[in-house]
Design a binder for this molecule. Structure first.
Ligand SMILES: NC(=O)c1ccc[n+]([C@@H]2O[C@H](COP(=O)([O-])OP(=O)(O)OC[C@H]3O[C@@H](n4cnc5c(N)ncnc54)[C@H](OP(=O)(O)O)[C@@H]3O)[C@@H](O)[C@H]2O)c1
Length: 305
């Protein structure tokens, strides 16, 4: 087999991950019953529902201030979740995530994703080194260039670190529809393992070009803002859940919205954020049971916007 050193290291990383981090190498459900998706560049499986940290993990150092989000993280792992997405842009979120993972001995059960968000090689290296310290890890599962800021500079560093085994996967992110063309142009010319983009019933533009392109190029897709930052609930709060939600095992609007996202064939996982354990458990429920077909996806979109 003609395998590059990078690919070989990635597979080794996956094997090491499988031994230490509960990784799955097939698209069958994890023991938790959560749906799994394969990362195209490695074949490693990830649960289709992850957890974002923007705002929700940006809390103080006191036990009382952290109790709520600590319970959310514990419930997430207990439900079988793995992908935890942070960024140095999210205030204290990386530090809080690192402290809580250490406190609850969760490092080996979490797929740690963070970002670099600065300009210049030295500043990027410094910021990423800070992320290792804040997250209290010696290897980061996924390091992404946040909003494509100085993307070529950071990708060069990240490729070296990937070769060296300090990061397992490399990606780029954006959170606006306006940013999606630049993400598409990047994956047309560069090999990255992941993109992270906005997609929901309220923001469907990625269906036109970026999601099919990611699928063609073998790039994993993490979906941020699956509830459009929570805006979708403002419209849905007053509306009763349609009876047909039961046909795809949904008991809430949140589950319908998340199943819409993860049923797109290009999507690897969605990363809803929540500060509440009840919402976390609700969201994880979207990773179980039946998924909508094309007709049902249209029905969800028509009802929800
Ligand atoms: N790369 C980027 O530039 C970028 C940009 C934006 C976001 N992101 C990532 O994507 C993650 C998710 O995006 P987001 O935080 O902007 O928005 P989101 O996940 O679309 O929405 C979060 C909002 O939904 C509410 N919510 C969550 N679960 C719910 C449920 N089951 N029922 C009712 N309400 C629920 C939350 O409130 P409660 O706390 O009350 O549950 C919160 O207000 C971020 O945390 C971050 O990790 C990345």
């Amino acid at each position: 087999m003609n395998m590059t050193r990078r690919a070989a290291l990635r597979v080794l990383g996956t094997a090491a991950g499988a031994a230490t981090a509960g990784a799955w190498a097939a698209s069958e459900p994890a023991p938790s019953g959560l749906m799994m998706r394969l990362i195209p560049s490695s074949g490693e499986g990830l649960p289709a529902i992850g957890l974002g940290t923007w705002q929700t993990f940006d809390v103080g150092t006191g036990a009382a201030e952290r109790a709520g989000i600590s319970a959310v993280l514990s419930a997430f792992v207990e439900e079988g979740g793995r992908v935890l997405d942070s960024s140095p842009m999210y205030g204290r979120a990386e530090t809080v995530a690192g402290d809580l993972m250490a406190e609850h001995s969760l490092r080996d059960r979490v797929f740690v994703a963070t970002k670099v968000w600065t300009t210049g090689r030295e500043a990027g290296v410094e910021q990423m080194e800070q992320s290792f310290r804040r997250l209290r890890v010696d290897r980061i599962d996924l390091l992404q260039v946040h909003n494509l800021v100085d993307v070529q500079t950071h990708l060069a560093t990240l490729r070296r670190w990937q070769e060296a085994g300090r990061v397992r996967y490399v990606g780029v992110t954006h959170y606006t529809t306006a940013g999606q063309d630049a993400v598409a142009r990047l994956i047309e010319r560069e090999k990255v393992d992941f993109i992270q983009i906005n997609y929901s019933v309220g923001e469907r533009e990625a269906e036109q070009r970026l999601l099919p392109l990611a699928r063609d190029r073998g790039v994993a897709v993490i979906v941020n803002r699956p509830f459009a930052g929570g805006d979708l609930f403002r419209r849905l709060r007053e509306r009763p859940l349609p009876a047909w939600a039961a046909e795809i095992d949904c008991t809430s609007w949140a589950q319908l919205l998340l199943k819409f996202v993860i049923s797109h064939p290009a999507v690897t996982c969605a990363i809803p954020a929540t500060s509440r354990v009840a919402h976390l458990r609700d969201n994880m429920g979207a990773g179980r049971g039946r998924l909508p077909d094309a007709a049902m996806r249209q029905r969800i979109a028509a009802e929800a916007v």
